[in-house]
Design a protein around this ligand. Structure first.
Ligand code: UGA
Length: 432
């Protein structure tokens, strides 16, 4: 099929490359000339495992093309995916839709024959209706159909998630369009993905409700972990014990330093705004946001306690600072709250992350980037395992720090409490 992806950010580029790999002809278009030039030079402007190889392979085959020329891309496509960003507005907690609406207005002038226009960007309930209204100002309804088809890709695992999704959600009441999209997704449906069609508003809400529900699971288990720490219970047994109930399910019950990233924090906030707009109090989502925000405070207090309430002059190492492994993304990472607090309290922080130095810490006094694990831990008083990158999973703690009494705080429960104790390490983890 002939496809156009508008916006070569995370969603647009991953989906575009994957659609091309399924044999479709894909034009990826973006107004950012630098990004398009980078892609035309066979480079990917952000880090995602396997993506560069996939882009190069499909670019070389001629199925994947990059351009700044929206008109060219639209004219050569039957299906148009809007994949531009929907960041949180500075003046409120809602999604900023200016880029989506701008694209809709441009499309209204460019459509030359019937097009399926799909929002893949995460957009609040009713956005599809507004896009339809904008395009209707210039084009008759018979020339287009606006559909919602949200993405459920996780950073770091996006290609796998695209190829093996649990479900594909399509929001349209147009039977022909639904059929066409079923054909587009046929290779994934054949491998077992569920194809679920509903109305447009339903699909828009499914995306937000999914992210909010997953965020709820994480916050729930993190709070249970706080209780486990006070009652001598292993939170991992609780995760397993409840997760074995199929009604609950075991995934997204891993404790951690709080959920971060570009999606859960932004989408939970935007969902509460939609709730308020429709005079519906989404109190559960609101308290999840509060609980997640509070978590970083809970953890820094714990760090203080581990260091006998003396942070002044202490050397603290962060292994990993990104919000999750296999990404260079720092957005809403708990390290952004924890590290400033610790240095403000008099500690010096050394950090190493496999994705490199972070500009977010450049202006902070007493925060130092190290090129490898060894130099970041050399004289440390406390190693904080913040992000569960693979290379932190088999550390030789005996050789890590010159300080004999150094401590380890494992925010991802990577190591076994028993083994660490047996080896004489001062080891702390979450909820056990
Ligand atoms: C999330 C969703 O998982 C995707 O389905 C969705 O498409 C995406 O948002 C989006 O809306 O674009 P992502 O933010 O990339 O994906 O990452 P996740 O793997 O979901 O992790 C989010 C945060 O939750 C991370 O900080 C992670 O460490 C944390 N987490 C995740 C936990 O603390 N425990 C878990 O069990 C799972």
């Amino acid at each position: 099929m002939k496809i156009c992806m508008i916006g070569v950010g995370y969603v647009g580029l991953v989906s575009g490359a994957c659609f091309a790999d399924l044999g479709n002809s894909v034009w990826c278009v973006d107004k950012d000339e630098g990004k398009i030039e980078t892609l035309n030079n066979n480079q990917v402007p952000f880090f995602e495992p396997g993506l560069e190889e996939l882009v190069v392979k499909n670019y070389n085959s001629g199925r994947l093309k990059f351009t700044n020329n929206l008109s060219l891309a639209v004219k050569n496509s039957d299906i148009i995916f809007i994949c531009v960003g929907t960041p949180t507005r500075r003046d409120s907690r809602s999604a900023d839709l200016q880029y989506v609406f701008k694209v809709a207005s441009q499309l209204s002038k460019l459509i030359n024959k019937f097009k399926i226009i799909i929002t893949k960007s995460t957009v609040p309930v009713g956005t599809g209706d507004k896009i339809e209204k904008i395009i209707s100002k210039k084009k008759k309804k018979k020339y287009f159909e606006v559909v919602s088809n949200p993405e459920f890709l996780r950073e770091g695992e996006a290609i796998r998630d695209f190829r093996f999704p649990d479900r594909i959600v399509v929001g349209t009441k147009n039977k022909k369009v639904k059929k066409k999209l079923e054909v587009l997704y046929q290779p994934l449906i054949k491998k077992g993905a569920n194809f679920f069609a509903t109305n447009r508003r339903g699909a828009e809400l499914i995306k937000y409700a999914s992210n909010a529900f997953l965020a709820t699971k994480i916050s729930f288990i993190n709070e249970i972990a706080n209780l486990c720490e006070k009652t001598g219970i292993n939170v991992e047994d609780v995760s397993l014990g409840i997760g074995l109930d199929k009604r609950i399910g075991g995934r997204f019950l891993r404790v951690g330093p709080s959920y971060g990233g570009s999606c859960f924090p932004k989408d939970t906030r935007a969902l509460t705004v939609t709730g308020d707009e429709y005079k519906t109090d989404l109190s559960i989502v609101k308290s999840v946001i509060k609980s997640n925000d509070k978590r970083r405070l809970v953890l820094t207090q714990r760090v203080k306690k581990i260091l006998s309430n003396k942070l002044k002059g202490k050397l603290i190492t962060f292994l990993g600072v990104t919000f999750k492994p296999n990404t260079d993304d720092m957005r809403q990472s708990s390290s952004l709250k924890m590290i400033p607090f610790l240095v403000k309290s008099g500690a010096k922080v050394f950090y190493y992350d496999p994705s490199g130095k972070k500009k977010e810490f450049d202006k902070l006094k007493n925060v130092f980037y190290c090129d490898d694990i060894a130099s970041s831990c050399q004289n440390t008083d406390l190693v904080i395992l913040h992000t569960d990158w693979e290379e932190f999973k088999a550390l030789d703690f005996k050789k890590l720090s010159k300080r004999k009494k150094f401590k380890i705080y494992d925010l991802r429960n990577i190591y076994s409490v028993e083994t660490m104790k047996k080896n004489g390490f001062k080891y702390y983890s979450i909820g056990r």
